[in-house]
Ligand binder design. Structure first.
Ligand SMILES: Cc1ncc(COP(=O)(O)O)c(C=O)c1O
Length: 460
């Protein structure tokens, strides 16, 4: 065993591996460098980052503009208590004001997406008291601490729930998941029942403070709603005096082609939360952005919230340069050119590989949903397999891709295609070639049909 291997084993022995049984976290891969869309391990092997790490390294690795700003701030003033104003905080708030949808003009800066959502829940529950219930959806992830975990629909809520580490008062609504419609209907004749049902749900439940949604569902499927969904949901929230919270932790920052996904439908939430791309992952930072509908309440009432690291000067210094880099990329035309190309290439994979049941997404945010049988839509794996540890087909495919120099995240049912926004068409082709070969593993286990892959991406 080399020295490096010994130290990695020591690391795993003394550090909790996240979202993992500890006996399955023994020898994480040692990464020693990264640049652009590539990262490198200690053996000198190169990997294409086809998921932007955790869908957060939107500007790729080693962006000079962002790094320079952080270095300057580190030398000058890395931290002041949140009660003081700093140049870095002012620049971050100005940058947020310049890019956030109009009307979202009061911000709280924390250190993560989870914290952004905790703050949002507190804001709406205080402002709408005594109403306290929060409505979320099953295909969702909103974070790891008690309120954010309670809002999470995926398997990560389970163990926290059993350990009484979630807060009460959350109810779950059906997803707008057209490939597996919870109402067994088809768009457009469904008349968007998944949204309309919420009017019934809100009225029957009562005491609802807010509905929390990922505008384009992230980890849990890159689910793009039909165009009518959000205008309808906004109206139903208004009719029932319920706040709408858009969790854009993953879907924000040009991931879907626009600065924020809600802009695709021109719908304004009362609160937008974000993190990840806000600093392109160069520093840890979360943002809770509120409209007057929420923030007015706090003029005469205490904003009962804060952290030692709120508005952290060093963390905040990455916001302004990130915003200017996103704007530069947008103006260059690269985003649109490459996302169109990515869509074509993923659709070609779906034509070729029978294990792909559905291809869907928008911008640089795509899912390949894998199935054993396109006709019955029988999946290789289900949600529970993530808890029991049953081997996943997605993991077999992503493991093979990794061995050949392509990193992509594997969910239980989908592969996550979310490359850094700086990726070129040629680099997309390089990645698709590796993925193309790895998908054969899935094809070898399908029951053949003559049904083509579904394209829920037709909304994008
Ligand atoms: C939609 C969404 N919300 C919240 C979070 C939590 O963010 P963080 O991991 O920064 O706490 C995530 C993380 O992946 C997310 O995707």
């Amino acid at each position: 065993m080399t020295d490096a291997e010994k130290r990695v084993k020591e690391l795993a022995a003394h550090a909790f591996g996240t979202w993992s049984k500890q006996n399955a976290y023994k020898s994480p891969k040692l990464i020693t460098d990264a640049e652009g869309i590539y990262f490198y391990d200690d053996k000198g092997k190169t990997y294409i980052d086809f998921s932007s790490q955790l869908m957060c390294s939107n500007l790729g690795h080693k962006n000079k503009v962002v790094i320079e700003a952080i270095v300057k701030q580190a030398e000058k003033l890395p931290y002041m208590a949140p009660g003081f104003a700093t140049e870095s905080q002012m620049e971050a708030i100005e940058a947020l004001n310049s890019i956030m949808p109009e009307g979202l003009n009061k911000f709280f800066i924390s250190s993560s997406g989870t914290e952004a959502n905790e703050a949002a829940a507190k804001l709406v529950r205080q402002a709408k008291a005594p109403a306290y219930k929060l409505i979320s959806r099953y295909h969702s992830y909103h974070g790891a601490t008690p309120t954010a975990a309670a809002l999470t629909g995926d398997h990560r809520r389970g163990p926290s729930e059993q350990a009484r580490c979630v807060v009460p008062g959350v109810r779950f609504a059906p997803d707008c998941y057209c490939y597996r419609c919870p109402f067994a209907m088809e768009y457009p004749s469904c008349n968007i029942q998944c949204a309309r049902y919420l009017d019934y749900m809100f009225k029957e439940e009562g005491n609802i403070a807010a509905m929390v949604v990922e505008p384009v569902v992230g980890t849990n499927g890159r689910i793009v709603p039909p165009p009518e969904y959000f205008p309808l949901l906004r109206k139903i929230c208004d009719d029932n005096d319920v706040f709408l919270i858009a969790d854009e932790v993953m879907s924000g920052w040009f991931r879907t082609g626009k600065a924020f996904a809600m802009e695709h439908w021109n719908v304004k939430p009362d609160i937008m939360t974000t993190a990840k791309g806000a600093t392109a992952a160069y520093t840890p930072l979360g943002v809770t952005a509120a409209a007057d509908s929420v923030s007015d309440h706090f003029e005469e009432n205490m904003f009962c919230h804060g952290h030692t690291y709120a508005y952290h000067a060093l963390a905040a210094s990455a916001v302004k340069p990130s915003v200017s880099e996103y704007r530069r990329l947008e103006a260059s035309g690269l985003l649109k050119e490459v996302s169109d190309h990515l869509k074509v290439k993923l659709n070609e994979l779906a034509d070729k590989h029978e294990c792909i049941g559905d291809v869907r997404g928008i911008g640089h945010f795509w899912a390949l949903e894998l199935v054993k049988n396109r006709k019955t839509k029988e999946p290789f794996n289900v949600k529970a397999d993530k808890i029991t540890g049953k081997p996943l087909m997605t993991a077999k495919i992503s493991g093979e891709a990794m061995a050949n120099g392509l990193f992509l995240n594997a969910w239980y049912d989908t592969l996550v295609i979310a490359p850094p926004l700086i990726i070129t068409k040629e680099q997309v082709d390089e990645a698709i070639d590796i993925l193309d070969k790895a998908l054969v593993i899935g094809d070898n286990e399908v029951e053949s049909t003559d049904i083509p892959a579904s394209r829920s991406s037709e909304f994008s």
